[in-house]
Design a protein around this ligand. Structure first.
Ligand SMILES: Nc1ncnc2c1ncn2[C@@H]1O[C@H](COP(=O)(O)OP(=O)(O)OP(=O)(O)O)[C@@H](O)[C@H]1O
Ligand SMILES: [Mg+2]
Length: 267
């Protein structure tokens, strides 16, 4: 199964011929340690540890096989991102329930646990925002409010206590017309602002399923690279191919095999 999906990805990459021909620039001289971050404007909250555990969110140094796998993925992604000068990463998959949000959170925690980086996790699933809920956070403002012009970014930034160098930009509520927003100037301004504020920060975007809504495709010109979550026994090879065709400009740096087994409801 996995082998076939990998082949499909390789073939799609070959067809697109861009994977290794992206415009590269070296980041080799960047400082090795992220500066100490003080959260003067970012709100600090206490994440609900029990809820996180129930939601399969792993502590940074988790010793399980899953913990090991996520750190390996983190390290590979960071290496490749650094090689190419990439700062923004989207976590994508063809369908709902594949494990994007879970993967995005675990990756962000793991990236932030590497002292050379700070990580910002942004909930851009404006159909079914899920990040705040996994942490037990009820945000006063979210990225939806920022897009609506009703809140400045700093009012929507949250730092979970104890997870150093991690900041969340959650979505508070679903947003009508999200794909148009993600394709438009507000999204462009947001990404520019987030990138320019913290040059050592890796920005991770959680998005809706690629094939169930046009949001991921709409936003794709603003992301440097992506990781594709593949759910064992349910992701169809053709669907992975369709995603890669739709996202032809976006380098897919890696695949995550997730074993999510939940029964799927119609999107
Ligand atoms: N490896 C796994 N094993 C078992 N359950 C998992 C696994 N990964 C995720 N899940 C569960 O499957 C459900 C869907 O996961 P998640 O929300 O991460 O998927 P998603 O791709 O973000 O879905 P959506 O597109 O609807 O946002 C969640 O209840 C999550 O806890
Ligand atoms: Mg999700």
């Amino acid at each position: 199964m996995m082998e076939r999906i990998r082949q499909a990805i390789d073939r799609a990459r070959d067809d697109r011929g861009h994977a290794d021909s992206a415009d590269l620039h070296e980041l080799g001289t960047r400082s090795q340690l992220a500066p100490v971050v003080t959260y003067t404007r970012t709100r600090v909250f206490e994440a609900n540890a029990e809820l996180l555990e129930r939601n399969r969110v792993l502590p940074p140094q988790d010793r399980s096989a899953a913990g090991h796998a996520i750190r390996m993925l983190r390290t590979q992604l960071l290496q490749r991102m650094q090689e190419h000068g990439f700062r923004t990463l989207a976590v994508l998959s063809p369908a709902d329930g594949d494990g994007k949000t879970t993967t995005a959170i675990n990756l962000a925690i793991s990236m932030a646990a590497d002292r050379r980086h700070t990580a910002l996790l942004v909930d851009l699933d404006l159909h079914r925002p899920g990040i705040a809920g996994r942490f037990g956070l009820v945000p006063e403002a979210g990225v939806d409010d920022v897009f609506a012009g009703e809140a400045p970014i700093e009012r929507a930034l949250y730092h979970p206590e104890g997870l150093e160098r991690l900041v969340l930009l959650p979505a508070r509520a679903p947003m009508a017309g999200s794909s148009e927003t993600l394709a438009g100037p507000r999204a462009r301004d947001l990404v520019r602002e987030l990138k320019s504020r913290y040059p050592d920060r890796v920005i991770i975007f959680d998005l809706p399923p690629v094939l169930a809504a046009d949001d991921a495709v709409a936003f794709s010109p603003l992301i440097d690279c992506a990781v594709m979550v593949v759910a064992e026994a349910r992701t169809q090879r053709e669907d992975v191919g369709s995603c890669l065709t739709l996202l032809r400009q976006t380098p897919v740096l890696g695949t995550v095999l997730n074993c999510a087994t939940d029964v799927r409801a119609p999107y």
